[in-house]
Design a protein around this ligand. Structure first.
Ligand code: G6P
Ligand code: MG
Length: 219
């Protein structure tokens, strides 16, 4: 029986994946990496430093950046990103997600956050959603990021639930791998070709309701 939900944040609760993309695009231009849709997609769910490394590896000059240069580039990206998320309000919650979170809460489901983002607490606050979540996994305490299962394993521990009693929600392929590895039911939101390994697939957030989930699970 499902008793809880572990949520990814960027691209699931808020449309911040777009802001990450905007800020990384700027970094890519700066380091001479061509920005493509595939590169943007592959950065979803990936930690800040791993994202930067992917961007550098897609260019021709990956070796010419020292650790110090990388720290500076990552800090600059984060400052640009934080400028974008400062403007977030509850209106920026993705369609249907406030309703879903409220109905899950009303029906006694427990909820936690499994986001690789160090900005997650700030974003939840801006969106007015903090109170709905039992806990937020702190990505700084992880040994390995998504696709490793650790973050979703920890998100179930925060809920005090067995993995099989938890549904993990994700918009990234790395995140779906993490949920599956943690032994949870994976719910993918987005293109079902990108998220082909998800147990359940929803094209968009507005379709994520308790009723639709129940229907898909019994099919
Ligand atoms: C999420 C996003 C990634 C982002 C990562 C780290 O997983 O999907 O695109 O790189 O968090 O975010 P941060 O806010 O800590 O840089
Ligand atoms: Mg995401």
């Amino acid at each position: 029986d499902i008793k809880g939900f572990a949520f990814d944040l960027d691209g699931v609760i808020a449309d911040t994946a777009r802001f990450h993309g905007q800020a990384w695009h700027q970094t890519a231009d700066e380091v001479g990496t061509t920005w493509t849709e595939e590169l943007a997609e592959s950065l979803k769910g990936i930690s800040r430093m791993d994202s930067l490394q992917l961007i550098l590896d897609h260019g021709d000059h990956a070796d010419s950046f020292s650790e110090k240069d990388k720290e500076l580039l990552a800090t600059k990206k984060n400052l640009n990103y934080q400028k974008l998320i400062e403007t977030l309000t509850p209106e920026d919650i993705l369609p249907g997600m406030l309703e879903f979170i409220r109905s899950a809460d009303d029906n006694g489901y427990k909820m936690s956050i499994a986001s690789a983002s160090k900005n997650a607490p700030l974003i939840l606050k801006q969106l007015g959603l903090t109170e709905y979540f039992v806990g937020i996994v702190d990505p700084a305490t992880l040994h390995a990021g998504k696709p490793d299962p650790e973050i979703f394993v920890r998100a179930a521990e925060v809920l005090g639930l067995a993995p099989t009693a938890v549904i993990g929600l994700e918009d990234s392929s790395a995140g779906i791998d993490s949920i599956n590895g943690a032994g949870q039911v994976s719910l993918g939101i987005g293109d079902d070709k990108v998220l082909s390994k998800a147990t359940l697939n929803f094209k968009q957030t507005s379709l994520v309701t308790l009723e639709n989930i129940k229907n898909k699970m019994t099919n």
